[in-house]
Design a protein. Structure first.
Length: 327
């Protein structure tokens, strides 16, 4: 059987322990920069608002001394936002920050699984290595022809502008991140390589409800299955993707794909052997997904999309994200 091949350089095939391949698109620098800029702007706005209110309250309470005292908490706040904003959000928001969610990106492990808290925090801390080399701000000013070594005010030679520039943090170039991500197919920066993570582009799903397979054979077979079937996370995803896209396959192609997943589910769930694995997968799908959503559909009027299981579909396609990898 032909295996799926990547049509573009950023497309990745990730194999699961069940030997099922899922296809992901790695997010390149041009997709990740807008998400990072959004996150930085949100941090700056939040920090600015807190700084304004702290400074205002400090000035009212104790004058200039109060404003100086407010600088300590502000420095701690900026440190926490800079180093832990991304890590905490990616930990509790399933691999996404606000910027990544708006741009349709998500962080996964290189095995295609959700990242854990340690990976989320470490990949964000290691962003410092990706930001190298740091360029002093006066070097940027020199590019535009600004003479930063002149005093800012005529006659004030004790405080030239370059001293002010030295007080400001140097600007990151992220040249290391760009170079490293360009040299690997997963588009991983240094933090991703160390933590075993990658950033992928999430595909928008156009399926707004559970498919209801209107075929008597499916219903009859589903009625003979055990009440509780635990298919697992990755296998359940493969099962749902197969049923959603099976209408594009020929009968022979459906049986070829369904055979691998069918054998796995028969062995795992202790089901009796069958000759029609396509029909078995449809029955398991209806038993697992449709049954779980019946009560919710009745109470919330959730849409259910019906599909007839044809005897011999006329539509043929080549390739699928469910293609089985050869061992």
């Amino acid at each position: 059987m032909a295996t799926a091949t990547a049509t573009i350089d950023s497309t990745l095939d990730i194999g699961t322990p069940e030997n099922i391949a899922f296809e992901y698109q790695a997010a390149g620098i041009l997709r990740r920069v807008p998400a990072y800029v959004i996150d930085v702007l949100l941090c700056v706005v939040a920090f600015g608002m807190v700084a304004f209110f702290l400074s205002l309250s400090g000035a009212i309470a104790a004058g200039e001394a109060g404003m100086i005292l407010a600088a300590g908490p502000l420095m701690l706040l900026w440190f926490a936002m800079q180093w832990f904003y991304g890590g905490l959000l990616e930990t509790f928001w399933n691999g996404q920050t606000i910027g990544k969610r708006l741009m349709g990106l998500r962080v996964l492990t290189i095995a295609g699984e959700p990242i854990n808290g340690l990976q989320a925090v470490m990949r964000n801390i290691l962003r410092f290595a990706d930001s190298m080399p740091l360029i002093p701000i006066w070097a940027f000013a020199a590019v535009f022809g600004w003479n930063v070594f002149d005093p800012p005010v005529e006659g004030d030679a004790d405080f030239p502008l370059f001293k002010l520039c030295e007080m400001i943090s140097p600007l990151p170039t992220y040249a290391v991140a760009v170079a490293v991500s360009a040299m690997n197919r997963r588009r991983q920066r240094v933090g991703d390589l160390v933590c075993g993570t990658m950033v992928i582009v999430e595909e928008a799903s156009w399926l707004y409800g559970v498919l209801r397979l209107q075929d008597r054979r499916v219903s009859d077979l589903a009625a003979t299955l055990p009440v509780h079937i635990d298919v697992g996370r990755s296998t359940g995803k493969a099962l749902a993707m197969y049923v959603e896209r099976r209408r594009f396959f020929s009968a022979a192609r459906r049986q070829e794909i369904a055979m691998h997943l069918g054998h796995l589910l028969i062995e795992r769930c202790g089901l009796p052997p069958v000759s029609d694995h396509d029909l078995l997968l449809c029955a398991i799908y209806q038993k697992v997904f449709a049954a779980e959503n019946t009560a919710e559909e009745r109470s919330h009027d959730a849409p259910v999309f019906s599909e007839v299981v044809p005897e011999s579909p006329r539509i043929r396609t080549t390739g699928s994200v469910l293609d089985q990898r050869r061992r």
